[in-house]
Write a protein that binds this ligand. Structure first.
Ligand code: IPM
Ligand code: MG
Length: 357
């Protein structure tokens, strides 16, 4: 299969984690007999510095010509004084719009092997497996559309209900309908769409209460559906709950081209040191393989690689506890790439290779 991917390393730790994610993707392509066509472009602060534009035309064109986009992170203190349209973040928001990526899926899963990393007691966090479905093209970020009525409002709800049907069949819709009029409309629309999915149990929560419940009883959530800004905040919180924001991956889908990015951001404080956790970026590759390319086996192989290196005791600094040995970004990438290489050799990849030969 042909995999046409644009990579946008961006700013801060973005290039460091994307380098490792691409190594893993290349290993998947080689091992499972796919033809990977990679195009690297600039976005965010890197693009501002090079071209005076956080989303140059060449970047948009490359993304639109590919099937999936893998993004590192954007933003940094050097651009704090820039006007809104000339901030790195403006480039990312425009890209999400250009790709029509309205549904941002952010899984947050507690891995028992990382029990020491969560600030919560294991009995509280055990079993946590949340999928945050964040509306990405509206809400407080844009102030547009002025209502969520119509197709735009229903499509994100429909997506979340459909995802819930294939998981725990429970959906919590998060809003602030006790104060915001747009949230009241949100709740109406979600309730209406919910009638089409009678097998999914729907409940509603105010965002303040949801933020608290997420630390008190994280394991009770299945799918969390919410608007842009609330989803941004709750997904960072979920990262903290399961042990590190560095673990979280995301898929922004719904449009013709999927956008995949770790949730963590550019982390300027540790950029350039080679110590960032690449797992969020690597798990974003798994999401890309699953959602854009429908390569289930390949996605599972990457996820198994992550699990295997964690079980093997490999920890980047954010995951190390009590004097545990730490590895650098590159070593983590090497371990997972090596796992994928070996797994592909034994996993009937020969059929893939001969089919493409
Ligand atoms: C995220 C980030 C972005 C967002 C920023 C960099 C614009 O925080 O993906 O969570 O707010 O969506
Ligand atoms: Mg964020």
């Amino acid at each position: 299969m042909q995999l046409r991917v644009t990579s946008l390393p961006g700013d801060g730790i973005g290039p460091e984690v994307i380098l490792q994610a691409i190594r893993v993707l290349e290993e998947v392509a080689g091992g499972f007999g796919h033809d990977l066509e990679l195009d690297e472009q600039e976005i965010g602060g890197a693009a501002l510095t090079a071209f005076g534009n956080p989303l140059p035309d060449a970047t948009i064109q490359a993304c639109l010509a590919s099937q999936a986009v893998l993004l590192g992170a954007v933003g940094g203190p050097a651009f704090d004084h820039h006007p809104r349209e000339l901030r790195p973040e403006a480039g990312l928001l425009r890209l999400r719009q250009a790709l029509g990526a309205y549904a941002n899926l952010r899984p947050a899963v507690f891995y028992p092997v990382l029990r020491e990393c969560s600030p919560l007691r294991e009995e509280v966090v055990k079993g946590t497996d949340i999928l945050i479905v964040r509306e990405l093209l509206g809400g407080l970020y844009f102030g547009q559309p002025r209502s969520i009525e119509g197709a735009a409002g229903r499509r994100i709800a429909r997506m979340a209900f459909a995802l819930a049907q294939n998981r725990g069949k429970r959906l919590v819709s998060v809003d602030k309908s006790n104060v915001l009029e747009c949230s009241r409309l949100w709740r109406d629309v979600v309730t209406r769409v919910g009638r089409e999915f009678p097998d999914v149990q729907l409940s509603h929560m105010y965002v303040d209460s949801a933020a608290m419940t997420l630390v008190l009883k994280p394991a009770e959530f299945d799918v969390v559906l919410t608007e842009n800004m609330f989803g941004d905040i709750l997904s960072d919180e979920a990262g903290g709950v399961v042990g590190s924001l560095g673990l979280l991956a995301s898929a922004s889908i719904g449009g013709p081209i999927g956008l995949y990015e770790p949730v963590h951001g550019s982390a300027p404080d540790i950029a350039g040191q080679g110590i960032a956790n690449p797992l969020g970026a690597i798990l974003s590759v798994a999401l890309m393989l699953r959602h854009t390319f429908h390569l289930q086996r390949e996605a599972e192989c990457v996820e198994a690689g992550v699990m295997s290196v964690l079980k093997g005791g490999f920890r980047t600094r954010d995951l190390a506890r009590g004097g545990e040995r730490t590895v650098k970004t590159e070593e983590m990438g090497t371990q997972i790439a090596e796992f994928v290489r070996l797994a592909a050799m034994t996993d009937g990849s020969s059929e893939g290779i001969s089919a493409s030969a």
